[in-house]
Ligand binder design. Sequence first.
Ligand code: ADP
Ligand code: GLC
Length: 493
Amino acid sequence: MRVLEVASEAVPFAKTGGLADVAGALPAALSRLGCDVTLVLPAYREVFTRGLPIESTGVSFEVPIGTRRPVARILRSHLPGTNVPVLLVANDELYDRPELYGSPADYADNAERFIFFSRAALEIACRQGACFDVIHCHDWQTGLVAAYQKILYGSWPAVADARTVMTIHNMAYQGLFWHWDMLLTGLDWKYFNWQQMEFHQQLHLLKTGIVFADAISTVSPTYAGEIQRGPGGCGLEGVLTARGSAVTGIVNGIDTSDWNPATDSRIPKPYDATNVAAGKYAARVALAARLGHAAPDARPLAAFVSRLVEQKGVDLLLELIARLAGTGRVHFMVLGTGDAAYEEALRRAAASFPGTVDVVIGFDDGLAHLVQAAADMLLVPSRFEPCGLTQLYAQRYGTVPVVRATGGLIDTVVDATPQAIHDGLATGFTFGPCDPQAFMQAVERALAAHDDPTLWAGLVHSGMRQDWSWETSGRAYLRLFEKTLAMPPVSIA
Ligand code: ADP
Ligand code: GLC
């Protein structure tokens, strides 16, 4: 099966969050399962800072964007350790910038940047020798790809018979732009209607992807249900339920070579289930040194590694710190970057509780690995969570997740109820209501369990035994692709 993966970020080329982890690992998994996969990404400035081999293909072409025709230059690389080609769409005016999407405010021309990218991806596909069976798109940045394939590129042999699959990683990021950006797409205004590309007089790129794709998936079964109702659907629940049978939930895998405590070069003493305590202690020593402490302390270490945005429950974390840090029973370590107000509040928390609350503001992949290895617990109090990857990394690193029972967190963490502990199935602690008291109670349960070495070791080991590798998820995507190929394409009438 020939698959074109189109994504706006992928490890190791460019990353702001879990989408990059998935878009970097899924093509490799599909390739191992026998697919012939090509990945298309924008050539952001960040892509050239990673020391990756990147060469010119000599191919360039104009992409019509409204009345302009900016040029896309196509560069080539590959996913390290695989033979998956990566084709990078370069246009310095659009992508040679410090950020991927703009921060704190989105870049004002994001519509143009990703309309250009989506159309360039299809132009690339049409210039390939063989035909694609599946074009797999991720999030709003690629929402136009399915529309272009059906409306403008339907007679190009390389993509004419392809089926399009849209994977939603986060409903909260929708790609909503003012209606005049419709002109940039080059598509007829007749598609700007409430059943297709329009949403309350605006151009809606994620909705466009949902409406035009032949199949829709999201990154966990529970989230697939949540987005078909309010508030999880963020206004698109009707659009999604209209496509109900076409919406599947597939839990993300993790890259088990990158996130493997037994081989991780970013931690001081690699470990597995047989020497987890020694490995974690070494990581603790290294983390303490990194944070400027003379030595680690003996208290349990509760970590939070995340984008600092409302989704992630940073307010719940701040309240938890306010309530618990003063007791001196737990040490907090926060690694994150995001909203300025959260960054500032966390800095203040660290200043209020020196030696008990450590906060590192920034994006640091190596430190994320070290923290996962050093911590006893990983806190994930998300308001909503399509899948979540950090709780999966935590389990592999013998770190017990304490998570809010929402979305993919429900599907990947088994609460330590007496029955689940008895059955050897418990892997963490969950809480339901999105309030500080419920979070606090879950953390108290975790702290009490930590005081019982046998119970704690059971949780650590059952987490480490879980198989979150891409094999299972890759096969699920393959089945979805096969099923979609066996069905007629959706009609665009
Ligand atoms: P999301 O995609 O919503 O941000 P995920 O849990 O799916 O959430 O993925 C987050 C990814 O980003 C993980 O690989 C996590 O380790 C990484 N990450 C988040 N914040 C940071 C940070 N400040 N430094 C390094 N890595 C981070
Ligand atoms: C999104 C979601 C996160 C998910 C990631 C990868 O960023 O917020 O839950 O794990 O995409 O699918």
